[in-house]
Design a protein around this ligand. Structure first.
Ligand code: RP5
Length: 176
């Protein structure tokens, strides 16, 4: 079985600074990934080949990021039964609203799980969660990750107390 479980596709190298955040999340959890530049508009044949071959290549999830009239995630989803996570990339002049609407408003029948504008890190996390359904070790790592997030919130709350700002609620110990 291939160690590469997540395919990351983007419309252009200009998407790379954002899409690299997927790889940070996947690397954190030790999930193998590959990365490809293709385009629904500028190179539809390559996009079709990649999407149609993804499952046979051993991929389990595809993350696709694009900006503007961002059809890449939807087109890939139409040509593969793998779950596709779409990342709307913010570009001028509409700052990602165009990308968000293009990706999130898929017609019934071909879903794309859309994250926030430039939300590539969450796309990586969502891919990990999908893989974790059948992977206990990944579930343990995800639990630890969430505990770490909660601990950071506590640290920030403690910092407020150190500045002399009171919580004030009688049941404040219950909030912790
Ligand atoms: C989209 O067009 C790409 O995903 C990118 O976000 C946008 C602009 O591409 P470049 O003109 O920077 O190559 O297809």
């Amino acid at each position: 079985m291939s160690d590469t479980e997540v395919g990351i596709v983007m419309g252009s190298d200009s998407d790379l600074p954002i899409m690299n955040k997927c790889t940070e999340a996947l690397d954190y959890f030790g999930v193998g990934w590959e990365m490809v530049i293709s385009s629904a508009h500028r190179h539809p044949e390559k996009t079709a080949r990649y999407a149609r071959g993804a499952a046979d290549a051993g991929l389990k999830v595809i993350i696709a990021g694009a900006g503007g009239a961002a059809h890449l995630p939807g087109v890939i989803a139409s040509m593969s039964l793998l779950p596709v996570i779409g990342v709307p990339i913010a570009i001028e002049p509409l700052h990602g609203v165009d990308s968000l609407y293009s990706i999130v408003q898929m017609p019934q029948g071909i879903p794309v799980a859309t994250v926030s504008v430039n939300g590539a890190y969450n796309a990586g996390l969502l891919a990990v969660q999908i893989l974790a359904v059948h992977d206990q070790e990944l579930r343990h790592k995800l639990n630890s990750y969430r505990q770490m997030l909660a601990a950071k919130v506590e640290e920030k709350d403690c910092a407020l107390r150190e500045k002399g700002i009171q919580c004030g609620r009688a049941d404040k110990d219950e909030i912790k």
